[in-house]
Ligand binder design. Structure first.
Ligand SMILES: C[S@@+](CC[C@H](N)C(=O)[O-])C[C@H]1O[C@@H](n2cnc3c(N)ncnc32)[C@H](O)[C@@H]1O
Length: 269
């Protein structure tokens, strides 16, 4: 099979060269704002937070690392892309609220963390990373191995089922019919190369003795709106709607992202 030059040896898409595009198209746009607002709402409910040390895997531009650091956690942020890591470090350094917090940085892919940051960690976050990997199943095994017994993994993945649905809505019927949904990871494209389903996460978690403690959909309505909000009042109403139904079956199942809390048991029998 021909290798695409933008991918790593393992077939992963590191975000080198994508800082501006990623920042612009996600975090400087309503969908990024909504994602951060939903994580701010959900993480305190879905995780046992006690200022424990946290490993943020594939931390990107550093938003999640900053969120934990502001709450008094000692954060280790790892990221294979030098560009992304440099952006995060500069941004954190310029952020007044983080002046007394220490964040440790490591330029490394998930596959190297057992050697470079073995922990074991009481809390790991890995948000929107699995879908950029050649082998997301193996990645979940690596994350499980890094967790301390009783530890929690906050895992967020790009939802393949939602991608199919939105392709159908946009008129990309052939793509949906043939289930040809993956991006190629080429140039500046931000369609994930390995979108995953809830069934896969359920199966892979069970394979690695991780229990699904809770699940929520992120952006369950926003991408499907025919009339997106045009004022702050409308945006607030959409946020209220997303909060109200993000854990309600069936709506969470078509969230653009699926957010899980997975726990490693104290002992594996
Ligand atoms: C969509 S971004 C998500 C960034 C951040 N976690 C967030 O939620 O905004 C995906 C990130 O995964 C990183 N990544 C790609 N391959 C990786 C790997 N093998 N190990 C860890 N991170 C990886 C990319 O460089 C990129 O920064």
């Amino acid at each position: 099979m021909q290798r695409i030059e933008e991918l790593s040896e393992e077939g992963d898409r590191y975000f080198d060269g994508l800082v501006d595009k990623f920042a612009r198209s996600l975090y400087q746009a309503p969908r990024g704002e909504l994602r951060l607002a939903m994580l701010d709402h959900l993480l305190p409910q879905m995780l046992d937070l006690s200022q424990q040390a946290v490993l943020d895997v594939g931390g990107g531009l550093g938003q999640q690392a900053a969120w934990f650091a502001k709450r008094g956690h000692a954060v280790t942020m790892t990221e294979p892309s030098a560009d992304m890591l440099a952006y995060a470090q500069h941004w954190h350094a310029a952020c007044d609220e983080l002046s007394s917090q220490v964040i440790t940085y490591g330029q490394a892919p998930l596959q190297h963390l057992a050697d470079e940051h073995p922990g074991p960690w009481p809390l790991i976050t890995c948000h929107a990373v699995l879908e950029w990997l050649g082998d997301p199943r193996a990645a979940l095994a690596s994350l499980a191995a890094l967790l301390a017994p009783g530890g929690q993994l906050s895992l967020m993945v790009f939802n393949r089922d939602a991608l199919r649905f939105s392709n159908a809505l946009k008129g990309n019927v052939d793509k949906a019919l043939n289930d040809r949904l993956e991006g190629q990871g080429k140039r500046q494209r931000l369609t994930p190369i390995s979108p995953v389903t809830h069934d896969q996460i359920a199966q892979w978690s069970a394979d690695h003795h991780l229990t699904i403690e809770s699940v929520a959909g992120i952006r369950i309505f926003q991408d499907y709106l025919q009339h997106p909000p045009t004022s702050d009042a409308e945006r607030d109403k959409l946020l209220a709607l997303e909060k109200q139904y993000c854990q309600y079956d069936p709506h969470w199942r078509l969230g653009r992202y699926l957010l899980y809390t997975l726990r490693k048991p104290e002992t594996v029998i």
